[in-house]
Structure formats: structure tokens, C-alpha cells
Design a protein around this ligand. Structure first.
Ligand SMILES: Nc1ncnc2c1ncn2[C@@H]1O[C@H](COP(=O)(O)OP(=O)(O)OP(=O)(O)O)[C@@H](O)[C@H]1O
Ligand SMILES: [Mg+2]
Length: 287
């Protein structure tokens, strides 16, 4: 068993009070002009470690929120375009894409395709967006600006990010109020969490005071192995209250569904895999 990482090493970000809520003030008497809408809740899936189910969580959480009657936009901010592909779109064919939104200021509605949920598509040229954005003033806020135009159209925006903490992920963290951190229950996966926390802290302090880590989501869980059980215990020890109750177990359904261009909720609606993401959606809706 590896030595436990000290609580201090993870920083105290989660202990801090969240920023002031964004509720509109409703005046009862005399009747006031309609209060401005609060806009959608923007949730980003982030973890610089690859293959921890960021894309799977973005899609299936988005579809589960839609099942509950919400208007949902899923944004693919990963040049790999896996979210785009998993809704049956070809990242080699979609033009314009999120690259044009971030770099050239195209409206996000222009790159949004109606599938199970609305998907703002990525293409491979998104890989060059970080370099193209580098000299731009306000480069960290390009996504936030783009989302303003659709703030009355959606209740939830779910953003998929690449496995890095570069400018694309920073853009997602600037536009969001909540971060969900999918984590594979393995020791090596846990080590990267301190760095992710530091990035979230930095964005909160310098760019987006309202940003909170909503929860750590254990994914790809194989409870038959001793290592996974130990890693889960470590996660619970370090993150306790910040852990979602939902655990997403390992099942081949998650690899099969994207091949058909579907979420797991559509591919196998009665599976425990689909239910796991419905459970996650309930936790998100309660918080
Ligand atoms: N609970 C699960 N059980 C089994 N396989 C899963 C599960 N969740 C995701 N997968 C599969 O694991 C692989 C990685 O998942 P996914 O693409 O969602 O991770 P990611 O964090 O987005 O990866 P990347 O960092 O490359 O963007 C995919 O093939 C996916 O189908
Ligand atoms: Mg991905």
C-alpha cells in the first residue's frame, strides 16, 4: 500500500466558502421588471489524466439531465473530438467547430448539432486553438463570452475537456460554476488530483471566484480487485464529503455505446450503467 498523501498536500480549496450565489433578487411589492435569468448551470468535467471517463461522464450526465426535462448543451472542448464522435458526428467533417467559436468568434449556435442532446462540436483543428488564442486579449474567457449568447436557451451546459490543464481547460473552468472530477480508482490516478486542485484554486482566485469542485466521481470501478478497494478508501479518506455517492462500475456497455453513436442511457436504458448516470444527475440536481 503506498503511503497516504497528506491532506495538506491537497490544499484547503474545498474547505473555503463558495462565492456569493448568483440568485436574482425578486421584489414582491411593487411589481418589478422581470428579474434577469440566472443563466444555465455550467458544469465542467476535468482531470488532466487521460482515460478516466471525462467524455463518458459529460455525455451520459447531459442525457440524464435531459431525461429529467432540462434543456442541455454539451460542449466538446477536446481536439480528440470523442464527445462529438460519440453522438455520431465526424470531427473530420464538422466545419465550423469550437475552434471557430474560440478563435474567430463564431456564434456557438453555428457549431451546435441537435442529437440526443445539443452538441457543440469539436474538430481536429481545435488542437491549434491554444496557440492561436495565445496572443488574444481575454483569451481565458473566450468560451464564457460565447456561452453568453445562449444563456437563455439552456438550463445546463456540460463541458468535456482534454487530458491537460492548458488554455482549453482553463477556458472551461472560467465559464463554469462547478467542476466534476472523474477519477479512476487507482493510486496513480489520485496523485494528479493535487495539481488539478491547484489549477482550480488559481482560476478561482484570479479569474472565476464562483468556481467550486462539485464532486469527485469514482469511475471505471472494479470492486473485485483489492487495489481498487484500497484506492477507493484513500479517495474517501482524503475527499470525504466531496465524493459523490454514485460510483460508476466498469462495464463493456460504455465502450459499446459510442460505437453506435449513442449514450449508454439510450443504448441500454435499463442497465446499471445507465442507472449510475441517472443517480449522478439526481445528485447534481440536489446540490
Ligand atoms: N464505467 C466504465 N466501464 C468501462 N469502460 C468505460 C467506463 N467509462 C468509460 N469507459 C471507457 O473507457 C475509455 C475512456 O473513457 P473516456 O473516453 O470517457 O475517458 P476520457 O477521460 O474522456 O479520456 P481522454 O482523457 O482521452 O479524453 C473509453 O473507451 C470508454 O468507453
Ligand atoms: Mg475524453
Amino acid at each position: 500500500m503506498p503511503h497516504h498523501v497528506s491532506r495538506a498536500a491537497f490544499g484547503s480549496a474545498l474547505d473555503r466558502a463558495p462565492a456569493a450565489p448568483r440568485h436574482a433578487v425578486v421584489q414582491a411589492d411593487p411589481p418589478a421588471a422581470p428579474a434577469p435569468t440566472a443563466g444555465p448551470t455550467v458544469i465542467v468535467m476535468a482531470n488532466q489524466k487521460g482515460g478516466v471517463a471525462k467524455t463518458t461522464t459529460t455525455l451520459n450526465l447531459a442525457v440524464a439531465l435531459k431525461e429529467q426535462g432540462h434543456r442541455v448543451l454539451a460542449v466538446d472542448l477536446d481536439p480528440q473530438g470523442n464527445l462529438t464522435m460519440s453522438q455520431g458526428l465526424d470531427p473530420d467533417q464538422v466545419v465550423p467547430s469550437m475552434y471557430h467559436v474560440l478563435v474567430q468568434g463564431h456564434p456557438i449556435a453555428e457549431v451546435t448539432h441537435a442529437r440526443e442532446i445539443d452538441v457543440a462540436a469539436a474538430s481536429i483543428d481545435l488542437a491549434s486553438a491554444e496557440v492561436a488564442m495565445a496572443p488574444m486579449i481575454g483569451r481565458e474567457r473566450a468560451l464564457e463570452r460565447a456561452l453568453r449568447a445562449v444563456r437563455d436557451d439552456y438550463d445546463y451546459v456540460c463541458i468535456d475537456t482534454p487530458p491537460s490543464l492548458g488554455l482549453l481547460t482553463i477556458n472551461a473552468l472560467c465559464a463554469a460554476s462547478k467542476v466534476i472530477v472523474p477519477v479512476q480508482a487507482e493510486y496513480l490516478s489520485l496523485r494528479g488530483l493535487a495539481q488539478l486542485r491547484q489549477t482550480v484554486d488559481m482560476v478561482r482566485e484570479q479569474l472565476n471566484p464562483g468556481l467550486q469542485i462539485q464532486g469527485i466521481l469514482p469511475t471505471l470501478l472494479d470492486t473485485r480487485t483489492v487495489h481498487a478497494k484500497e484506492a477507493l478508501e484513500m479517495l474517501e479518506e482524503h475527499f470525504g464529503a466531496e465524493m459523490f455517492v454514485t460510483r460508476v462500475r466498469k462495464t463493456i456497455r460504455f465502450a459499446e455505446a459510442p460505437v453506435k453513436g449513442m449514450s449508454v442511457l439510450r443504448y441500454d436504458p435499463d442497465s446499471t450503467a445507465a442507472q449510475a448516470y441517472r443517480d449522478l444527475a439526481q445528485e447534481v440536481l440536489r446540490s
